[in-house]
Design a protein around this ligand. Sequence first.
Ligand code: ADP
Length: 185
Amino acid sequence: MIILFMEKEILGGLVVIKVGDITEEEVDAIVNAANSSLMGGGGVDGAIHRKGGPSILEECKKVRQTLYPNGLPTGKAVATNAGNLKAKYVIHTVGPVWYGGGSNEEELLKDAYKNSLELAEKLGCQTIAFPSISTGAYGYPKEKAAKVVYDLLKDYSKNPKLKQIRLVFFSQSDFETFMKVVGNE
Ligand code: ADP
């Protein structure tokens, strides 16, 4: 068996790209690709709640009772505790469902990343880990998402407030798709 240790730094070391399980990351904030209910779900959302434990859901319920009674709108972000995860916060954001590209998906995907970064800054975080938002159940094409995220982070790297941004891909092929977009620049 070949075990590849995949981790690459880009944008002057601000961004680390790796393959792994985001629930293992040791960072100030772990971003969750949540759904607007904030009540948990499949994919990375389920993994975060399972590993983090019930205190995260408790706080999500409070958010629903106060700030967002109708659910967290797509592109917005909200923070809770991180329970048993090796992080201070979980930042829940809702990426867009892919409807073919004509439904403002690109802007909404950017918003999800931007609002998560801004919230992390406000909370005094230095490090943050993102999963590949919207590219699972929500069906956003991986290469298109990679381009959006790379462009956004390139822009962010001009005046970064966070020290490190980790992009955690769940498979090597997703990692390679992202690296291909970086390589094409
Ligand atoms: P969305 O509904 O936003 O598409 P998903 O959770 O279905 O969210 O998928 C988002 C991405 O997260 C997918 O690329 C999926 O492979 C990945 N993913 C799922 N579980 C994990 C995990 N434990 N760590 C990192 N990434 C994960």
